[in-house]
Write a protein of this length. Sequence first.
Length: 221
Amino acid sequence: MAIQRQSLREQIETEIMNRVGAGEFDMGKGINEVELSAELGVSRTPLREALISLTQQGVITRISGKGFRWAPISETDYADAVQIVAALECLALDLSPVDELAAIAPQILALANSFTISEGSSEEINGHDDQFHQLLTSRCPNARLHEAIAAHKTALRRYEKFFVGGGDRIGRAATEHSAIADALLAGDLPAARQALSANWLNSTSRIAQALASKEKSRVSA
């Protein structure tokens, strides 16, 4: 078995994204590289390499002569990213051998059904959702496509803090995931693609509501 080792830049990226997902940074604000490098315990060179890499994933923006800042969070930004991820995952289904999709369809359905017994914490639901989509696209042979999907999902992690746990969200996710699995079991790839796209795009309205609620709370504070 080959042992995979992350470079220092990759370790810094991972740590930054873990903190972004936890809501530790103010999106839209400038990044103080000196403070961030001291906080992470790394020198500025690998930190800058990580920040440059994250600009390519839409998490950070770079302004000429002014350095880096966290990319602003908005409904439009989320919708744009989700549209891309939905299209890429649908392409992954198209490229997956039909017989291999049929073989894993029962596993996909079982995973979808197990969502209903989740305890409902935000972290647990996000992890379950990642597991479902990874299994769904696992038979796609295009390695570059998998890398593209992972990169665009990185940008979506900034919005994880707005997804709260609860029975309502679990119910919606379980229903949408089951629709994908049922279509694959029936051998209906177009229906599976449509259900997969809907699963992603439906989250846009939920994020819009969460962002509006946060803004209302900020204004009234």
